[in-house]
Design a binder for this molecule. Sequence first.
Ligand SMILES: [Zn+2]
Length: 63
Amino acid sequence: MPVQLRCEFCSAIPKAEVAILRWVDDDRERLTLQLCAKHLGRIQKTGKRGWEHGGKLHKEGWW
Ligand SMILES: [Zn+2]
């Protein structure tokens, strides 16, 4: 079984698997992403307004 050992947004080893809501306007995706400490921290710090990456916004939690 291949194992995802890289952060979704960089090549670092993930710290945790996190429920992430990714959205553009009303188009919402509920994902479980592997995130490193740096990117998890960025998403948590940005909070409800969403951390932007690749033209999409991301926040922790599905609601
Ligand atoms: Zn990362």
